[in-house]
Design a binder for this molecule. Structure first.
Ligand code: URA
Ligand code: SF4
Length: 216
């Protein structure tokens, strides 16, 4: 008998997402998500963190090595830089809900047992994980979304998103059926990798100041 394999474009978190119970129920259910293959090699689901009534939601790409180990978003080097930039822009990190477009760490290893190297999620994985982000948006109802980099931008605004074209501006778009205001900026990991790290950091802070002003 032929082994039937689900077509890859059938990857979706949808059947795992509860339709009631708030963030607590979402986080609990997400821990068992099998919506795409990324759960297999990662340590755990890294769900969003922050208060249900947060005014601003920050959306990154996917958990990194530290986040995968600790089970919390933005606790590694990129997160430390982001916290510093938020504070400098006048946004309190403690008042933000922080999450990622994709909830499992995707990585490769140069050799077995060697360091895990971040690998960008595919469009298919981003799409599969989208129902979690949609559910977080529906529960938190942030006044503003800060889009951190290209993956978050593509996940929220479609594959034609270009961070360089729209960073530091306030966009108004319908997302998952609701009108949202968004401020895109670069990903904090891109700042860490930049040749001109100080310049890239100041650019991030300037964009976050636009977000702070938009929040009022
Ligand atoms: N980079 C991200 O996009 N998200 C994290 O949680 C950590 C690093
Ligand atoms: Fe589910 Fe998202 Fe993890 Fe894929 S990456 S298994 S869709 S939580």
């Amino acid at each position: 008998m032929a082994v039937t394999k689900a077509p890859e474009d059938a990857y979706t978190a949808e059947p795992f997402v509860p339709d009631r119970g708030g963030l607590t129920a979402l986080r609990k259910a997400a821990a068992d998500c099998r919506g795409c293959p990324l759960h297999r090699d990662a340590t755990q689901t890294v769900f969003g963190a922050g208060a249900t009534d947060a005014r601003v939601m920050l959306v990154g790409e996917q958990p990194g090595d530290q986040e995968d180990r600790q089970g919390k978003p933005f606790v590694g080097p990129a997160g430390k830089l982001l916290d510093r930039a938020l504070q400098e822009a006048g946004l309190d990190p403690a008042d933000a809900y922080v999450t990622n477009a994709v909830k499992h760490f995707k990585f490769t290893r140069a050799e077995p047992r060697k360091r895990r190297i971040h690998k960008a999620p595919s469009l298919r994985e981003m799409t599969a994980c989208g129902p979690w982000l949609a559910a977080e948006l529906a529960v938190v109802e942030p006044e503003l979304i800060v889009v951190l980099g290209a993956t978050a931008g593509k996940a929220l605004l479609g594959s034609s998103f270009r961070v360089t074209q729209v960073r530091g501006t306030v966009l108004e778009e319908e997302i998952h059926g609701r009108p949202e205001r968004l401020v895109p900026t670069v990903h904090p990991s891109a700042v860490l990798r930049a040749d001109d790290r100080e310049g890239a950091y100041q650019g991030l802070v300037a964009d976050l100041k636009v977000a702070a002003r938009a929040l009022g």
